[in-house]
Ligand binder design. Structure first.
Ligand code: SF4
Length: 278
């Protein structure tokens, strides 16, 4: 670099350090650091670096205190419905009314190959709701969520928590089976998930347990992988939300069962449940 330019840059950096703005220049994505430094030096003007250039004989100033970078949560909490969601809230909503409104739904392409709409099953006043991603073959045939092999495993998990299926509510993000058990597409989720949101609002559970990435990503409005936040608690509109692995994943990866059991024990602690068996 040209020596004159270099000297000017060094002047700027020295000036910034004098103002305690060093961390800001190191990481401009730290607005808190810049704001704190600006508040500490309200009259400082970056247009006058030469006027405050440090003299060689001036005593060395103590280094500004180290500022810890702000800790950003992995996922912003979904603490309350948005303004639009509040406007869309249905007063006195019930599961029966939501099912009526869903009707013989053809809102997305998933209706074409379905046998039955799989709305949800269980206790309308459940303290615990399990949310999966969508019906599989057995669910599509029977019209009930989680009745295949993965469903049997979920039933065992529920019983291990000291509950039975009738105590909880079980549903999915999409109510019709995606062909070949593929993941639901974004537009299908967008079309169907408002009914899930209404189901959760009508039930008002204490805990929502998302089974697999699709349910967790939909309710937490994130596209991060489930392994980033599995087993963590989130606030979902007044309910506590936790994500764990889908039982179908456990059938393929039995070693992950112990991780899921730890997550379920967290749920049990919140609900004050005692394990009946393991
Ligand atoms: Fe309707 Fe949901 Fe089925 Fe799509 S998946 S057709 S939105 S019920």
């Amino acid at each position: 670099m040209d020596p004159a330019k270099r000297a000017r840059v060094e002047d700027w950096l020295e000036y910034a350090d004098d103002l305690g703005l060093g961390p800001y220049f190191r990481d401009r994505s730290m607005p808190e650091v810049a704001a704190a430094a600006a508040a500490a030096t309200p009259n400082a003007s970056p247009s006058a670096p030469a006027a405050v250039k440090k003299s060689a004989s001036a005593p060395a100033r103590p280094a500004p205190p180290a500022v810890a970078p702000p800790k950003s949560p992995i996922i912003p909490p979904v603490a309350a419905p948005s303004l639009f969601e509040v406007a869309e809230r249905v007063e006195g909503d019930t599961l029966e009314k939501i099912r009526q409104d869903l009707g013989e739904c053809t809102r997305c392409r998933l209706h074409k190959a379905r046998t039955h709409i799989v709305f949800g099953v269980g206790n309308a006043k459940a303290q615990l709701v399990f949310v999966g991603e969508g019906p599989g073959h057995d669910e599509d045939v029977q019209g009930e969520p989680f009745v295949g092999r993965a469903g049997k495993l979920l039933t065992q998990m529920i019983e291990a928590m000291g509950l039975c299926r009738q105590d909880v509510y079980i549903c999915n993000v999409v109510k019709c089976r995606p062909p070949e058990n593929r993941l639901p597409e974004k537009d299908e989720i967008a079309m169907c998930s408002p009914f899930l949101v209404r189901q959760l609002a009508a039930i008002q559970p204490k805990v929502i347990c998302c089974l697999g990435a699709c349910a967790a990503q939909t309710l937490l409005a994130t596209n991060q992988g489930i392994s980033r936040f599995r087993g963590e608690w989130f606030d979902y509109r007044g309910a506590k939300l936790i994500a764990t692995y889908h039982p179908a994943y456990l059938l393929r990866n039995p070693n992950a069962k112990s991780e899921v059991w730890k997550d379920l024990q967290k749920v049990m602690a919140v609900l004050g449940l005692q394990s009946k068996k393991r």
